[in-house]
Design a protein around this ligand. Structure first.
Ligand SMILES: Cc1ncc(COP(=O)(O)O)c(C=O)c1O
Length: 379
């Protein structure tokens, strides 16, 4: 049985209730939603509505209709960038970002459509809100920041940055891929206008799920247009949220699983999940430190999530990852983790580092199996 320590990529296993929800929906009401449809279509529509209500309550959004279901985190982020940015806009972002933020922004910059300022994180992987403030220009139309680095696990001061964004009346986007389901997020008190995340990581939905929250301050054009199951007579996309942004048949099955995943997190509690994961991180950190391996990011459990990266001077990350997989059946993630800018600033580009990301179903024994394997590999 694989020891799975790659939850920052996607969570595995899912809670039992998620498997049950998927099975039940697939067998009873996996119809195409439609507000004017038959009973099964209405049941499918209800599945989506229930999940929108749940997300809105969990993340303290303004209205359930403001939750747009997406394919994954990348889709949510692209929907936000392509929907909100006009030619000539300036965007402030950071060097901690995942490629799903960096690449769409860089492509728009290379096309001469926007300008970009990338604020650097400090040596331990945290962005200073004052540096964000200093990067703002008269033409700044968006501040886009990750809530936690997917390489270092460091949690960013989004409430402070949100305050700055609101003072300047600039829309604020948070990529919560690594925090949704482990760190409390209050959209309204943190002044977040756009919140993007995958459903398949710490919220325990299946792959193929994600969401974008669109606040009243964020005016988005639809990135894709098409059928909505609603007003078919209109020649263009109906203006009403969520349908304005949600063209096409949604992933009803995945969303049923996502709702069960969110309920699991609510029942187990964010604090208890985070505390469990931090115990595992600390256990691993103590070992890595004892072996003088280079560990990145800061150790303070109140300011991090369970993603821990390290480098070994005698063996490359890819090789180490390959041996752990092939010889020990331990799944970790070597490489650049789709975040090349932060690896450049850590000095680990292009080889990357070894990333270990335990989840709520991992145990101390899993970490001990990893450290025993590292003992054998590194002698
Ligand atoms: C910080 C961060 N943002 C965005 C994403 C993209 O999410 P997805 O893979 O669901 O598109 C990831 C995924 O690893 C991530 O870690």
């Amino acid at each position: 049985m694989t020891i799975y320590l790659d939850n920052a990529a996607t969570s595995f296993p899912k809670p039992e209730s998620v498997y049950q929800a998927l099975d039940q929906l697939a067998r009873t009401s996996l119809a195409n939603p439609g507000r004017a449809g038959h009973k099964m279509a209405l049941a499918a529509e209800r599945t989506l509505d229930d999940c929108r209500h749940l997300l809105n309550q969990f993340f303290h959004g303004k209205d359930p209709e403001r939750w747009i279901f997406t394919l994954n985190g990348t889709d949510a982020l692209n929907m936000a960038f392509k929907g909100i940015l006009n030619d000539g806009a300036h965007v402030v972002t950071t060097d901690l970002e995942h490629n799903s933020v960096s690449r769409p922004l860089r492509a728009l910059e290379l096309a001469g459509r926007i300008s970009l300022t990338r604020v650097h994180a400090d040596g331990s992987g945290t962005v200073d809100p004052d540096a964000v403030r200093s990067a703002i220009q008269p033409g700044t139309r968006l501040i886009a920041v990750t809530h936690a680095s997917n390489v270092l696990g460091t949690v960013q001061p989004v409430a402070e940055i949100g305050r700055i964004a609101r003072e300047r009346d600039i829309p604020f986007l948070v990529d919560a891929a690594q925090t949704a389901g482990v760190i409390p997020i209050d959209i309204q008190s943190m002044n977040i206008d756009l919140l993007a995340f995958p459903g398949h990581k710490s919220l325990f939905g299946p792959t193929g799920t994600g969401a974008l929250y669109v606040g009243p301050q964020a005016k988005l054009r639809p990135w894709r247009e098409g059928g909505t199951g609603g007003d078919s007579s209109s020649e263009t996309q109906p203006r009403e949220l969520p349908y304005y942004l949600e063209g096409g048949t949604p992933n009803v099955l995945g969303i049923a699983g996502l709702a069960a995943g969110v309920r699991y997190v609510q029942e187990r509690g964010l604090d208890s999940i985070h505390a469990h994961e931090m115990d595992l991180v600390e256990r691993l950190w103590r070992y890595l430190e004892s072996k003088s391996l280079r560990v990145f990011g800061h150790r303070d459990p109140t300011r991090r999530v369970a993603t821990i990266s390290f480098a070994c001077d005698t063996l490359g990350a890819a090789e180490l990852g390959g041996i752990l997989d092939e010889s020990f059946d331990i799944a970790i993630r070597p490489g650049l983790h789709c975040a090349p800018y932060i690896h450049r600033s850590l000095g680990t580009f292009p080889e990357g580092a070894v990333r270990v990301s335990p989840g709520p179903f991992n145990t101390a024994e899993d970490i001990d199996a990893l450290t025993a394997a590292l003992d054998e590999i590194l002698l």
